[in-house]
Each structure stands twice: as structure tokens, then as C-alpha cells.
Design a protein around this ligand. Structure first.
Ligand SMILES: NC(=O)c1ccc[n+]([C@@H]2O[C@H](COP(=O)([O-])OP(=O)(O)OC[C@H]3O[C@@H](n4cnc5c(N)ncnc54)[C@H](O)[C@@H]3O)[C@@H](O)[C@H]2O)c1
Ligand SMILES: [Zn+2]
Ligand SMILES: [Zn+2]
Length: 354
């Protein structure tokens, strides 16, 4: 039995890099040798025991690699191809996928909320030397030769998610957009708002380093929530309310502020992962008569999404490499978790090289 090194979740605050069995592909699957991956805020939720996964699972969901082995029935790829695989791996065949809701891909035949998120959730993930890719035909996206691993790794999750916040919010040319939180997801949402043609982008956070990155990536105005009344300031700056408010944190406070910032008819596009009870105050919601829209989005995945995002990088439309502030080896990954989790040293994202 061939072995590999992998980051295994054993229980809350207990992850270890250890030797495990190396995966082999069955029909429709492929195995990639992971050349670069990263740590997501959602991995922190898992490690802290806030999002349950089963002990023994390899975590991580942002893989770049080289095809090592291809199972029967997967066509159009060869061993040695460099590929990016999205964090979400839709099957491409179920009702949800064929209806265009790839992220809600069902494990059976139909829809399943969050069902398309498999890596490091329901199956072994990417913080390892090798990764088994399910539904390989729908999920292996070949990386153009001119792009480096570093240029594409963040497309697997945070860039796809953040940009989708603006897409799902239906940002139109000339819109005023406010983005709550400028972590990796919110910064990517800021990039998305710019790509979609917003005329005014307001980035909100309480970390100077992140606010300056927000400016660099496209925010016209940044607001420090510790210093200003964000809702009043957004209403003033937009002359009556934002067209689209993107929530990129996942708290009652930011959700509510996002709603209070909207003009009538505006859209709250929510990306955060919430826990507990989320309340909608009736006055911010115009008692249900304000023509507001509230939309939620799980990171879009699948090879066509990855191809489109890589094309944006290749053509110089976007560049997420400034967010890769730190690099560790797989054996140093617990140090990477510490830096990322405690937000030490101005960290935004930690690249992990197996
Ligand atoms: N929808 C999806 O598919 C998807 C995918 C990945 C992550 N997420 C979720 O997105 C959220 C953000 O992820 P991240 O990695 O960017 O998080 P992060 O923790 O790195 O960043 C959060 C940011 O929020 C800022 N902040 C804290 N309180 C604030 C406030 N009151 N107002 C404004 N900003 C505030 C912090 O300073 C920080 O910069 C998390 O809930 C994560 O689980 C969702
Ligand atoms: Zn993630
Ligand atoms: Zn499906």
C-alpha cells in the first residue's frame, strides 16, 4: 500500500500531518499530485469544531496539481496535465447540476443544500500530497501554460466566491456597492463589484492592512467600522442607499447593517457563513414591502467556472497574488494555521506547498 502525507482532522483543535494511504482512482475519478493549496476561513471553523466533519478526514478544499492517475471513463486528459479543481465539485449530472445550481449538487439524484462541497467536508481534501478528484470529467480544469500555480490557487474558492457575491447581487454598471468585511472573501467581492461595473465601491472593515488592500483591489472609499457609523455614512455617500450590499462575514451585525444600507429595491447579497438565529428587523426590511432581494451563494465550482476565472487572470483582468502573503510546506501547516487563525503578521492567505 503506497503512502502519502496529509493533514488529518482528529477532533477540535487537533489536526496532524501524518502518513495515510494514497488514493487510487475508480471509474470517473482521477488522482492529482497536489502542487499548491491554501487554508480557508472555513477550515478554521472546522479545526475549531464550529463546523462538524468526521474525525479521520483529510481537510482542505483548494487544490492545484498535476494529474497522476486517471480512472476508467475520464477522457480528454493525460497524466502530467496541470489542473485546477474548484472547492466545489459538482457531478454535472444530477437535477441540481443540470438546472444550473451546481453548488447544490445532490449526492443522490436531486438537490442537496451545500451538497457540491465535498473536499474536506464529506470526502478527503486537498491539504495532502495526493487528492482523489470525484466526477473528474466535470471538475479538472487545465491550467494555461503561462499561468503559475500561485496565480490560480485562489480561484478555487475565495475568488470564485467573492466574485459571485457581485454576480448574484446583480451589480449593474453604475451601481453603488458596499462590501461588509474585507477578509479574503470580501476583498474578492470588491474585485467582483469592480468587474461588474460598479461606479462606487465602499469597503468596510476594521483592520488597516485589509482596508488598504481593499483600496488597492478596487474600493473607492473604505470605512473603518470602529470609527464611523457605517450605515449612516453609506446612505450619505450613496445619496439614499446602496444598490447592492455584499455581506462577507456571517454575523447578525453585518447582515443587519447590510440590510439597513440598502435603498428600496436594493439587493443584499450574502456570502458569510452564519450560525445561530439570523433576524431580519422589520423596519430595515420596510416590513417586507421594500422590494428588497436577499440572495445567498455557495462558491461556484466545476471546470467551466475555473476556466472562466483563469481566463480573467490570463488576460490581465484580475490578479489575486497580492493576497498570498505567506507560504509554508505541508509539514509546517500547523504553523500556517496558527498564522492564519490568529491573523499574525498581516496575513491574508497562506500558500501550502506539499
Ligand atoms: N459562501 C461561500 O461559499 C463561502 C466560501 C468561503 C468562505 N465563506 C465565509 O465567508 C466569510 C468570510 O471569510 P474570510 O475568509 O474572508 O474571513 P476572515 O475572517 O478572514 O475576514 C473577516 C474580516 O471581517 C472583518 N470584520 C470583523 N468584524 C467586522 C464588522 N463588524 N464589520 C466589517 N468587517 C468586520 C475582520 O477585520 C476581517 O478582515 C466566513 O463566514 C466564511 O466562512 C463563505
Ligand atoms: Zn473555503
Ligand atoms: Zn450534481
Amino acid at each position: 500500500m503506497e503512502k502519502m502525507r496529509a493533514t488529518v482532522f482528529h477532533g477540535p483543535n487537533n489536526i496532524r500531518v501524518e502518513e495515510v494511504e494514497r488514493p487510487r482512482p475508480s471509474a470517473g475519478e482521477a488522482v492529482i499530485r497536489v502542487t499548491l493549496t491554501t487554508i480557508c476561513g472555513t477550515d478554521l471553523h472546522i479545526v475549531r469544531g464550529e463546523y462538524p466533519v468526521k474525525p479521520g478526514l483529510i481537510i482542505g478544499h483548494e487544490p492545484v496539481g498535476v494529474i497522476e492517475e486517471i480512472g476508467p471513463g475520464v477522457t480528454g486528459y493525460k497524466v502530467g496535465d496541470r489542473v485546477l479543481v474548484g472547492a466545489i465539485t459538482p457531478c454535472g449530472q444530477c437535477r441540481a447540476c443540470l438546472s444550473g445550481h451546481l453548488s447544490q449538487c445532490g449526492h443522490g439524484a436531486g438537490y442537496e443544500a451545500i451538497g457540491g462541497w465535498r473536499f474536506g467536508n464529506t470526502i478527503n481534501g486537498a491539504q495532502a500530497e495526493y487528492l482523489l478528484v470525484p466526477y473528474a470529467q466535470a471538475n479538472l480544469a487545465k491550467i494555461p501554460d503561462e499561468l503559475s500555480d500561485e496565480q490560480v490557487v485562489l480561484l478555487a474558492d475565495i475568488a470564485s466566491t467573492g466574485i459571485s457575491g457581485a454576480e448574484s447581487g446583480g451589480v449593474r454598471i453604475g451601481d453603488a456597492v458596499v462590501v461588509f468585511a474585507q477578509g479574503p472573501i470580501g476583498l474578492s467581492a470588491t474585485v467582483g463589484a469592480k468587474l461588474m461595473g460598479a461606479s462606487l465601491i465602499i469597503g468596510v472593515d476594521g483592520d488597516e492592512h485589509r482596508l488598504s488592500m481593499a483600496r488597492r483591489l478596487g474600493a473607492d472609499v473604505v470605512l473603518d467600522y470602529r470609527e464611523v457609523d457605517v450605515v449612516a455614512e453609506v446612505i450619505r455617500l450613496t445619496g439614499g442607499g446602496a444598490d447592492v450590499a455584499i455581506e462577507s462575514l456571517g454575523t447578525q451585525g453585518t447582515f443587519e447593517s447590510a440590510l439597513r444600507c440598502l435603498r428600496p429595491g436594493g439587493t443584499l447579497s450574502s456570502l458569510g457563513v452564519y450560525s445561530g438565529k439570523l433576524q431580519v428587523p422589520y423596519e430595515a426590511f420596510a416590513a417586507g414591502l421594500g422590494d428588497h432581494r436577499i440572495v445567498t451563494t455557495l462558491c461556484p465550482g466545476g471546470k467551466e467556472r475555473m476556466r472562466r476565472l483563469m481566463e480573467m487572470v490570463k488576460q490581465g483582468r484580475v490578479d489575486f497574488t497580492p493576497l498570498l502573503t505567506h507560504t509554508v510546506t505541508l509539514d509546517q501547516i500547523t504553523e500556517g494555521y496558527k498564522i492564519f487563525g490568529e491573523r499574525l503578521d498581516g496575513v491574508l492567505k497562506v500558500a501550502v506547498k506539499p
